[in-house]
Design a protein around this ligand. Structure first.
Ligand SMILES: CC(C)(COP(=O)(O)OP(=O)(O)OC[C@H]1O[C@@H](n2cnc3c(N)ncnc32)[C@H](O)[C@@H]1OP(=O)(O)O)[C@@H](O)C(=O)NCCC(=O)NCCS
Length: 110
């Protein structure tokens, strides 16, 4: 998959700061919620950059349907070596709702 200049790209990153709350499904749920917001705001795809050593994040994105569209080698130095930045893209389902739903969709679901 590739993207071009006609795409409206939502670029994002998420972090669960307190690691006691990781691995409980919050990341998955948050990503799905963000994707719905991006689509309703008119984005055609979502893009993220994940360091190649970040296996939980890579696995989460792949499971959610992201494809690798690029890779920048030697992007960051960590734990004694250089690692790549992996670019991930997902095409979003189109919505006809547009920005009218903005106030509704910015509420996080209970
Ligand atoms: C990456 C992160 C956002 C995932 O959120 P999370 O709430 O921990 O993840 P979830 O519990 O929703 O799990 C989603 C998927 O992530 C992967 N995953 C989560 N924790 C994992 C772990 N400890 N080891 C390996 N894979 C893991 C799994 O594929 C999981 O899917 P599965 O439950 O079907 O196996 C979160 O762990 C985090 O904030 N990490 C540190 C910051 C970071 O890496 N941010 C992303 C940069 S783009």
């Amino acid at each position: 998959m590739t993207r071009d200049e006609r795409e409206k790209v939502a670029w994002f990153g998420i972090t669960i700061g307190d690691d006691r709350y990781r691995g409980k499904g919050i990341g998955n749920r948050t990503m799905r919620h963000l994707e719905a917001i991006f689509a309703q705001l008119g984005a055609t795809c979502a893009e993220a950059g994940v360091f190649e050593f970040n296996e939980p994040s890579l696995r989460m994105c792949m499971n959610l349907g992201y494809d690798q569209i690029g890779r920048k080698e030697n992007f960051t130095y960590w734990n004694g070596k250089f690692w790549a930045d992996v670019r991930l893209l997902k095409r979003l389902a189109l919505t006809s709702e547009g920005n009218d739903k903005k106030s509704e969709i910015l509420r996080f679901p209970a």
